[in-house]
Design a protein around this ligand. Structure first.
Ligand code: AMP
Length: 546
């Protein structure tokens, strides 16, 4: 009885896990710490906080209320970070628009999310002009690096800086239920129209804490801590830039936002601002490694989490040679996103570079609070022996509860009470998962599974190969067989026979199904990509399977 009374004390504050609370600690730690945009604009955390409050006043004066949706179209910027906070702190929903989608897809997502206001960088105004007749949006606000608005036929309210300048710098943000929706965005990783996923305040705060528990506690490598300098190189429209801007803010570290990704500028910022922690997809890392400027920059001590696709071993080895602490992170749009991280255990630090790379390119171990199961078709968990492979299904506090306004696909996503990733993996006795394929990409040859990712990895190791994608093509005898679409390095010669010989040598030495030998090679000019730069296997299958 006494205990119950204590638990229900009406005088106690019922603390909700709200995004506004992430902003508390860094202001105590060091309000003079910097947030930098493209190396030109610098703000302290104290100013950042004021700008968040001013932005809230400006939106509120436009009529934005709890439950409304405010969309952003921008490159990675300090303004985007301000929106990450101010919009959800008002109780409104931040829609991060994928700027690489086609105008029709963008129109679909704006309509579907029911956006009320759009904040758009000047570069995207022509795109919005193309679809403006069909847009049902109340206000447009322009984001501009030089604070100017170019002539536009859109009915714009004004420019961001001018609109926030004279607003009061304190807004009394309300408390509300932590289960209030805070963010939404659209994934194209499935068939059909883009699908909206959504996350609450509670989920984003817990994801921040979960990421901190794993990244902040790693003793020797693969960590993100106070004293680091943070620069994202994954777009802020894609899964909250993996949630790491919230982590960086909670840590109170210096943050550097690079704007549009220009390889030379990214390298310049890493050097000038002494960036120590970033994250990106392999395609971007590849772009940086191929930039002539790379050899002018000392990258030792730079920690880079690679995700969105498997980290190729050759890339990891090149990174280690340059003194970069590179490791894998894994997740998906539906999962907020981070589920696992490939950090080394202390005893693994003694391993040589090659053996270390084998761990770093694994898909990682589950992050704090994440339950990962690798299951067979009947949802039975498989042995943690690094050999049995099945689908990754997950539970954690930060998974989307469904697809927005899409009951049917929401049910499919959560069949059996676990979120289905559609990724095929093994888990070993130390809890490291290793994705071997996506369910849709896996190739079944004569009843055996062949991993397209492993074949790609092998073919990629040939010095004359620039790019490769392996898909399954229909085959009368085998059901399916693997086809490698290969872009050659234009400066070198390569025949399909030589490449097959190379692949077969590796297949023979490796532990792959012998059916992998049925590989076919086709040289192509280029490989189709999705809007976020991933190989578009759906399109490739469509093009080459008939
Ligand atoms: P998206 O929702 O577009 O972020 O895509 C998520 C999908 O990307 C996952 O389901 C995986 O298939 C793939 N993916 C993400 N991270 C990794 C990784 N570290 N290794 C292999 N595949 C990955």
């Amino acid at each position: 009885m006494l205990l119950e009374k204590t638990l229900n004390n009406p005088y106690a504050h019922n603390y909700q896990l709200l995004i506004k609370n992430i902003l508390n600690a860094p202001i105590y730690f060091d309000p003079t710490q910097e947030i930098v945009y493209r190396g030109d604009k610098r703000f302290t955390y104290a100013t950042f906080k004021k700008r968040v409050h001013k932005l809230a006043h400006m939106l509120s004066a436009l009529g934005v209320r709890k439950g409304d949706t405010v969309a952003v179209m921008d490159y990675d910027s300090h303004r985007y970070l301000e929106c990450y906070f101010a919009i959800p702190m008002l109780g409104a929903i931040l829609h991060t628009i994928n700027i690489r989608l086609s105008p029709e897809q963008i129109l679909y997502t704006i309509d579907h999310a029911e956006d009320d206001v759009i904040l758009a960088h000047t570069d995207f105004l022509p795109l919005l002009e193309q679809i403006k007749g069909r847009l049902d949006v109340e206000h447009f606000i322009v984001l501009s690096d030089d604070e100017k608005i170019l002539p536009t036929s859109l009915h714009v309210k004004g420019e961001y800086e001018a609109l926030i300048e004279n607003q009061p710098d304190f807004f009394d943000f309300p408390d509300f239920d932590e289960n209030t929706r805070a963010t939404t965005f659209y994934t194209t990783g499935t068939t059909g129209f883009p699908k909206g996923v959504y996350f609450t305040h509670r989920q984003l705060v817990l994801h921040t804490l979960g990421a901190l528990s794993t990244l902040g506690s790693a003793p020797h490598q693969g960590n993100f801590r106070q004293g680091d300098v943070y620069m994202p190189i994954t777009p802020m429209f894609h899964v909250h830039a993996w949630g790491l801007p919230y982590v960086a803010t909670m840590l109170g570290v210096k943050q550097v936002y690079p704007g549009r990704y220009i390889p030379d500028l990214l390298l310049e910022l890493i050097a000038k601002e002494r960036v120590t922690f970033s994250h990106c997809v392999p395609t971007i890392m590849h772009m940086l490694f191929n930039s002539p400027k790379i050899n002018e920059v000392d990258l030792r001590g730079w920690k880079v989490m690679i995700g969105g696709a498997a980290l190729p071993k050759a890339m990891c080895q090149e990174a280690l040679k340059r003194g970069i602490d590179m490791f894998t992170g894994y997740g998906m749009s539906e999962t907020c996103p981070i589920l696992s991280i490939a950090q080394l255990t202390p005893e693994m630090l003694d391993l040589n570079e090659d053996a270390q790379s084998d761990i770093r390119i694994k898909t990682g171990r589950p992050m704090g609070l994440v339950e990962i199961q690798v299951v067979d078709e009947t949802m039975r968990p498989l042995l943690h022996d690094g050999a049995h492979s099945g689908e990754i299904v997950v539970r954690s506090p930060w998974l989307t509860q469904g697809y927005f306004k899409d009951q049917k696909n929401s049910e499919i996503l959560w069949q059996g009470g676990y979120l289905h990733t559609g990724d095929i993996a093994t888990m070993d006795e130390k809890g490291y998962i290793k994705i071997t394929d996506r369910m849709k990409d896996i190739i079944k040859v004569g009843g055996e599974w062949v991993s397209s990712l492993e074949l790609e990895d092998i073919i990629n190791r040939h010095p004359s190969v620039k790019e490769v994608a392996v898909i399954g093509i229909d085959d009368e005898k085998w059901g399916e067989r693997p086809l490698a679409l290969v872009v050659k390095d234009a400066t070198k010669s390569l025949s399909d026979k030589a490449l097959l010989l190379h692949a077969k040598e590796f297949i023979n030495k490796g532990i792959m199904a012998r059916e992998s030998m049925l590989l076919k090679i086709k040289f192509v000019e280029s490989i189709d990509k999705t809007s976020i730069g991933k190989v578009n296997k759906k399109e490739l299958r469509h093009k080459y399977t008939h």
